[in-house]
Design a binder for this molecule. Structure first.
Ligand SMILES: Nc1nc2c(c(=O)[nH]1)N[C@@H](CN(C=O)c1ccc(C(=O)N[C@@H](CCC(=O)O)C(=O)O)cc1)CN2
Length: 284
């Protein structure tokens, strides 16, 4: 039979429609969720993501500000801009697009964002809250994966999840969120010998390694759920970290690239921004 293909794009459309309704209810109370997105430089993929974020937030009725700055912007100028946005009461969410140019400390920038406006969920205070099982802003891609699994009615409690990749953006937080859901989590990475030994034991494999086609059919147990977070351009084509053709006949569920996990990233950013606006205005 082949795997059920989980399209995040469809779920994203459904959730964004619900958010449009929620934003309109907030507007009736004179609260307009506001998002500021900051980007340095002109990397085409990053520019396309931030424009996607701006368009999506406007579409659900939010106030959206995209600040495009040159790649040569100094660290201090960026920190000053963040400080202004922290003070601006019309702004509920602040996001600085990553990666940043080499002369800027990503950590300093993330820590400069008010944790109450950190809709990316990257600030150490929010990461700490997530690690200790508290409600907070969860990083958008991992949170999107969690929502996709729930929507597809895939049980995570007691399941063995193998995460391939240990980035702060995806690998580490997705493992933590699933651990919070009572999964048993194993992390693999570029220094793990015999990757297939680990992935073959998994009920759920989440691949966020940034290596096109890394995980193939012979890495997967029959009936496993496979979530592909890779975004790689090969010969001008967008491909994931999972070799779709060899995994699809073996897995029970599989996310495609594109139209799988990717669209959920922006959707959960909208969710976090609405959450920030409600929290700042003392609405549950
Ligand atoms: N501050 C942040 N920077 C980055 C984040 C982040 O969450 N916060 N994540 C990634 C990039 N990203 C959002 O910023 C992102 C990646 C992919 C997609 C997406 O919808 N992908 C589509 C394909 C789009 C295409 O054709 O390129 C898909 O998979 O279907 C959205 C957002 C790094 N930086």
């Amino acid at each position: 039979m082949g795997a059920n293909i989980i399209y995040g794009k469809e779920l994203a459309t459904e959730l964004r429609e619900e958010m449009r309704q929620e934003v309109s209810e907030l507007k009736a109370k004179n609260i307009v969720p506001g998002l500021t997105v900051i980007i340095l430089g002109e990397d085409p993929a990053s520019l396309s993501y931030v424009r996607g974020k701006q368009k999506a937030s406007e579409k659900v009725g939010m106030e959206s500000k995209l600040i495009e700055m040159p790649e040569t912007t100094s660290e201090q100028d960026l920190l000053d801009l963040i400080s202004e946005q922290n003070k601006d009461e019309t702004v509920h969410g602040i996001l600085v697009q990553l990666p940043l140019p080499d002369h800027i400390s990503e950590q300093k920038v993330i820590e400069a964002i008010d944790p109450a406006k950190d809709v990316d969920g990257f600030h150490p205070i929010n990461v700490g809250r997530m690690m200790t099982g508290q409600d907070t802003f969860y990083p958008c891609t991992p949170y999107g994966i969690l929502v996709m699994l729930k929507k597809a009615e895939i049980e995570t409690k007691g399941k063995h999840v193998v995460v391939v990749g240990r980035s702060n953006l995806v690998g580490k937080p997705v493992g933590q969120l699933l651990l919070n859901e009572d999964a048993t989590v194993t992390y693999c990475h570029s220094k793990t010998p015999d990757l297939a030994f680990h992935t073959k034991q998994a009920d759920i494999v989440i691949v966020a390694a940034g290596k096109a086609g890394l995980v193939k059919g012979d890495h997967i147990k029959e009936g496993a759920v496979v979530i592909d977070v890779g975004v790689n351009r090969v010969d001008g084509k967008l491909v994931g970290d999972v070799d779709f053709a060899s995994v699809e006949p073996i897995a029970s569920h599989l996310t495609p690239v594109p139209k799988g996990v990717g669209p959920m990233t922006i959707t959960m950013l909208l969710h976090n921004t609405i959450k920030a606006a409600k929290k700042i205005n003392d609405i549950n």
